[in-house]
Design a protein. Structure first.
Lengths: 326, 339
């Protein structure tokens, strides 16, 4: 009751009050704002920034642990970066194939999650159950579980058919390349596209697993589109297909940008990532200086990914449609 | 057909209410409704949709089904080539061994406490920080928000060495060293995680701050202005008006923070060495009573044991998820991430 009255009064009384001591109120609010973000600012500048600085610094040094506690840094210049790029036999290869994988998978994940979000947004029986199932990977397939499922001998074993003598070729993958080849034979789409599709189909578990958050974000976006727009579309005689491309797609394009960037970040920091797992293997390697070498590798990889993110953001933001909501 | 024509008429005489009933014959109504192209398309689409959804649900659920099946298998089942999913000699040995030898309940208790505290602290701090970014204009707001985005982009793995060194030889710009002459060792304490959580800098906290900020931007300013006019201060308004409003978002962030901390193996293995707190990653070893060396199917068997351990790790999470999942969509729905 009291609150409702206050809300009604607000528009009339607020300007009058503000005119009197506008400057002090603004300053007060600014101070309150600083107080709110104070924890972040403090820890960021006191702990986090030094950590980043240290991390970059270490990559130009070798670390010796001293027996009495403490450690010593020995500057080596660009040696670690040189070692990572030109001495280590596998790093550059892993890096290129990892980035290739990243570039191929990001569109697949974004398109898949958009498609699934559109499906899960439709009214149907059992929608809540399907939604609950589809978001299970968001909660469960992370960290530990992810690392177990990465090389899971048991699930592969249970999935492969019974060994009855007549060999079942490629039965562990969902679809064999031959089936798809037959399907695509008459289409003249080229070998690369075929391989791409086969890769995605065989990797469907990985893609489904990593598109949970994206699906959530798309769902939120879909639900914020006003039903009135769809209604007027239907009255004008647009088909579902046209409605999707003319209404849903432009309205959801900011989400596509957000999701593309999120997917790049998420999949390059995931521990299941090829490069990440290689570098962490290097990190825990036994040789002296492997930790600083790994740090240098991380920074090389990070720089490349930042460039990719900038490219994706720059490319997509040209096509993003923002609705004016005034 | 005639009979169907008669029926409504007979009824109509008796029942006054059916006066305005449709006079179109049943067959015509049936044809107009069900034997059209639109209806066919709708049915086909529904079938396609269900096939697709069920298929992908299967892909998602399969690893869990396999894990459950494998957890009941005994040694003999792994040698039997005809056994793939349904064990012939079901046993609870794997569970027993993990509970007793890997000290499951100790890990469960420690992890529950750690995850719960982390999730609560992270939820509160990211909410406060997100509110600060969303509702107050001050110099440096945009710049600091870019800093948040930056923490999201930098992979924690890249900072691994520096993080460890920082908390092993903890110091803030050399102040401790000046005062006491030595640095602090925070490894194997809860301090590193607590510090990172308080600052909103722990695992994926950038994402939470982002979500919270988007959520609060959708809350109309008039609400707070009304409270200010009524004489409530900034903080009272926050506690009394904003916090109750943002329950779904808080639940979402809590769910994320709790479960991601629960399954985390990066921080918990880095900040807690062998002598430290006994957490979930520690139970991922082969119990000695289920010795697999020299066993013919050692590869698959040890993998199945690890899968059982994984199953036991996620079991409590599943319970949390069942209760929390409805907030997941709700919270993000209301965040109005658009624009």
């Amino acid at each position: 009751m009291n609150q409702a009255q206050a809300m009604k009064k607000a528009p009339t009384s607020a300007p009058a009050r503000r005119r009197g001591k506008a400057a002090s109120l603004d300053r007060k609010k600014a101070r309150a704002g600083w107080l709110f973000i104070l924890p972040f600012v403090l820890v960021f500048f006191l702990v986090y920034v030094p950590i980043i600085f240290d991390s970059i610094n270490y990559s130009f040094h070798t670390i010796y642990l001293l027996s009495g506690g403490g450690f010593e840094l020995d500057p080596v210049g660009w040696q670690n970066y040189y070692d990572a790029l030109f001495v280590d036999a596998h790093f550059v290869m892993t890096l290129t194939s990892g980035i290739q994988q990243l570039i191929l998978e990001v569109p697949a994940i974004v398109v898949f999650s958009l498609f699934m979000a559109v499906l899960l947004n439709q009214k149907m029986v059992g929608r809540t159950v399907f939604r609950a199932i589809f978001f299970i990977p968001v909660i469960l397939s992370t960290g530990l579980i992810d690392s177990i499922d990465l090389n899971n001998a048991f699930t592969e074993y249970s999935q492969s058919g019974v060994d009855s003598g007549n060999a079942i070729q490629g039965s562990d993958s969902i679809m064999s390349a031959m089936d798809l080849q037959n399907l695509f034979a008459g289409m003249k789409v080229g070998h690369e596209l075929l391989e791409y599709v086969v890769d995605i189909v065989n990797n469907v578990y990985g893609i489904v697993n990593r598109s949970g958050v994206q699906m959530l974000i798309f769902l939120a976006g879909l639900q914020s589109i006003s039903p009135a727009i769809y209604e007027s579309c239907t009255i004008d005689g647009a088909t579902a297909w046209e409605t999707f491309w003319k209404i849903t797609f432009p309205m959801i394009s900011p989400m596509i940008l957000v999701n593309s960037i999120y997917t790049v970040i998420d999949s390059f920091t995931a521990s299941s990532n090829k490069v990440m797992s290689y570098v962490s293997a290097v990190y825990s390697g036994a040789t002296e200086g492997s930790d600083v070498l790994a740090t240098a590798m991380y920074w090389i990889y990070f720089t490349i990914v930042i460039l990719i993110i900038a490219a994706v953001a720059g490319l997509l933001s040209a096509y993003v449609f923002y609705q004016r909501r005034d | 057909m005639n009979a169907e024509l008669e029926k409504p008429r007979l009824k109509k005489k008796k029942d006054f209410d059916v006066q305005f009933q449709d006079r179109t014959p049943f067959w015509q109504r049936f044809r107009a409704r069900f034997l059209t192209f639109t209806f066919l398309k709708k049915v086909l689409w529904a079938i396609f949709r269900y096939v697709l959804l069920v298929g992908i649900s299967y892909v998602i659920l399969y690893p869990f089904i396999a894990k459950i099946a494998g957890s009941f298998m005994s040694r003999e089942d792994f040698l039997d080539v005809t056994v793939r999913l349904i064990p012939r000699y079901p046993t609870l040995d794997t569970y027993k061994a993990i509970i007793t030898e890997n000290k499951y309940f100790l890990a469960l208790w420690n992890t529950t406490v750690l995850s719960f505290l982390c999730a609560v602290v992270q939820m509160l701090t990211t909410m406060i920080i997100g509110y600060g970014f969303a509702k107050f204009k001050f110099k440096g707001n945009t710049f600091l928000f870019y800093c948040v985005i930056f923490t999201m982009v930098v992979p924690h793995q890249a900072l691994r060495l520096a993080l460890f060194q920082k908390f092993r030889y903890f110091d803030i710009y050399g102040i401790f060293n000046l005062l006491t002459g030595k640095t602090l060792n925070l490894i194997n304490t809860y301090w590193p995680l607590a510090l990172l959580s308080i600052g909103g800098l722990a695992f994926k906290n950038g994402l939470y701050i982002f979500l919270m900020r988007q959520f609060f931007r959708g809350v109309p300013d008039e609400l707070e202005e009304a409270a200010y006019v009524d004489g409530s201060g900034v903080f009272k308004t926050f506690v009394r008006i904003i916090v109750p409003l943002s329950m779904p978002m808080m639940a979402t962030v809590f769910l994320f923070a709790f479960s991601w901390q629960w399954t985390d193996n990066f921080y918990s293995t880095m900040f807690f060495t062998r002598s430290g707190s006994y957490l979930m990653p520690n139970i991922l070893t082969i119990p000695s009573s289920l010795d697999v060396t020299g066993f013919q199917a050692a590869d698959v068997y040890s993998s199945a044991i690890l899968n059982t351990a994984a199953l036991m790790i996620i079991l409590p999470l599943l319970i949390v998820y069942v209760f929390g999942q409805k907030f997941l969509v709700q919270g993000i729905e209301r965040s109005g991430i658009v624009g």
